[in-house]
Write a protein that binds this ligand. Structure first.
Ligand code: GAP
Length: 504
């Protein structure tokens, strides 16, 4: 199976099996917005829980926060998002599609090319040459393009009972104003109540640096972690849940002493890479890529991407950036609050006296949670030729999700809906629920179909209650990946499943 074929199959499987639905589907859907269904939300929460355990609960030097999505507009002025968080936008004059210049196919300026009028699949061919911009339309291949203009990615809304449009109309009433003056008045009216949906979770960790450091008596080096929704008005949303306007991030800001950032960057890139690979079948589908000098964000002195080999090729999954003291410095300047750290253990190099004050440097591992769902779904998707319960050769579709990520850890399947089998099955499921382990009780259709269904949603273990169960209190435990079955005592079922999950 070519890796390119996986994406449409995954889109279909995740819809059919209750992982991911198109948002507002009954109204024709909202472009590139998705809802996580009953199994999708479990997968997403399991990934988030593993991240939180690894980044917060298992460490003394990292604590978490959960900040509001709406923040004071000055946050975005200080961080540079208001002025510079934009993508270069271009309109194709041939097919009328809009695209990002920096993601468009590159070509030598002056190259002679052809495209179809209107961007149709066939029709009149037009010739032209690639302009000095050195790219063409990614949709129709045309070089007839508008100039680039910067498009800010932040979603703007207004807060409070003020209607900026009313304010604007009152302002301009009875006035003869030019287009430029009208625009100025409109911008003023909107600005007075403007507020932005956060485009990253990171800024709250900088803004709350002092509160967290002081209330928790944190000593540098330490980190603040956060998971949550972020919003970007992306010019092009693409590739299923890879790039969407609403998404979830898992970010951590690690504050360290200036001069130690190189070693912490190495530590965090290696730590994060190992975390991703721990849950993957194909560990070689993850790679580290250092940013070129000209790729670095304005705040970074070094940066690595953790890339995943998606069906369309290598692309970003997480960025691990060395952000210097840029953010704390900018927020201190904008707010007038000193965002520094007093290290009592060190001597001041200037005076030789104990104690030194400095602005910490920051290493930031910034991962996408919704993108993690896509990467692990791609990693897990498998098709295997095999013989089914009725002896027929069939292609078995399965999600080889890591047991810790799988929505259901176990499915309990009574062979028949009679002879006391359902009662035994329900009792086993209740024991799993009590232990906090997500289990599915499934008695619909033949046993073969039930195994196939649970293979497809990634359930690592199936427990089957059969006639023998009623005689000797044993069940079969079937392994999703090997399809091997063995008999275990009902009394040990919970312990066996727990042990296997813990050892996975
Ligand atoms: N605070 C730094 C920051 O936000 P980023 O590289 O822009 O850095 C971090 O975002 C991660 O968030 C990305 O590696 C990606 O996994 C995820 N991400 C960013 N934009 C996204 C989008 N539009 N849709 C889905 N995930 C996105």
């Amino acid at each position: 199976m070519s890796s390119n074929d996986i994406l449409p199959k995954l889109v279909s499987l995740t819809k059919r099996r209750g992982f991911i639905f198109q948002s507002s589907e009954i109204y024709g859907g909202l472009k590139s917005a998705y809802d996580y269904g009953p199994l999708g939300v479990e997968l997403k929460r399991n990934i988030a829980a593993e991240w939180w355990k690894h980044m917060v609960h298992e460490r003394e030097d990292v604590v978490g926060i959960d900040a509001s999505i709406m923040m004071h507009p000055s946050v975005w002025k200080a961080s540079g998002h208001l002025a510079g968080f934009s993508d270069p936008l271009v309109d194709c004059l041939n097919c009328k599609e809009r695209f990002r210049a920096d993601k468009a196919p590159q070509m030598e300026p002056g190259t002679v090319i052809n495209w179809v009028r209107g961007g149709k699949s066939s029709g009149e061919k037009i010739g032209g040459t690639v302009g000095t911009c050195g790219y063409i339309c990614p949709h129709c291949g045309s070089s007839q393009l508008s100039d680039e203009r910067q498009f800010n990615l932040m979603f703007k809304t207004s807060i409070g009972p003020v209607d900026p449009l009313d304010q604007f109309l009152n302002e301009i009433h009875d006035k003869q104003l030019s287009r430029a003056q009208l625009r100025e008045k409109l911008e003023e009216a909107v600005k007075s109540s403007a507020i932005y949906l956060r485009p990253e979770t990171a800024q709250a960790m900088f803004v709350q640096f002092l509160n967290v450091q002081q209330t928790m008596s944190m000593k540098v080096p330490f980190g603040i972690a956060q998971q949550g929704k972020s919003f970007r008005n992306e010019v092009t949303t693409e590739k299923f849940i890879f790039r969407t306007c609403e998404f979830e991030q898992m970010e951590m800001e690690f504050f360290c002493e200036p001069g130690t950032q190189k070693e912490w960057l190495k530590y965090w890139t290696e730590t994060r890479m190992a975390w991703w690979q721990k849950y993957a079948n194909n560990k070689s589908a993850f790679r580290l890529r250092q940013h070129e000098e000209d790729e670095l964000a304005h705040y970074a002195d070094d940066c690595y991407d953790i890339d995943y080999q998606y069906p369309w090729g290598w692309d970003e999954l997480e960025g691990v950036a060395s952000r210097t003291d840029y953010d704390l410095t900018k927020h201190a300047e904008e707010s007038g609050v000193k965002l520094s750290y007093f290290d009592q253990q060190k001597n001041d190099p200037a005076t030789g006296k104990p104690g030194v004050r400095y602005i910490p440097y920051v290493i930031e591992p910034a991962a996408g949670l919704t993108r993690a769902c896509l990467a692990y779904l791609c990693d897990a998707y498998a098709e295997e030729e095999g013989v089914d319960a009725e002896g027929e050769t069939k292609t078995r579709v399965l999600l080889k999700l890591h047991p810790r990520l799988a929505p259901f850890k176990v499915a309990v399947l009574p062979l028949f809906k009679k002879e006391g089998m359902p009662e035994v099955g329900r009792k086993i499921v209740a024991d799993f629920f009590k232990a906090g382990i997500n289990a599915s009780y499934d008695d619909a259709q033949s046993i073969g179909k039930r195994y196939a269904r649970h293979d497809e949603v990634g359930t690592p273990y199936c427990l089957t209650v059969d006639h023998q169960t009623l005689q000797d209190n044993t069940v079969t435990i079937r392994d999703r990946d090997t399809t091997k079955q063995e008999r275990i005592s009902v009394d040990r079922a919970l312990e066996v499943v727990k042990e296997r999950i813990n050892n996975s």
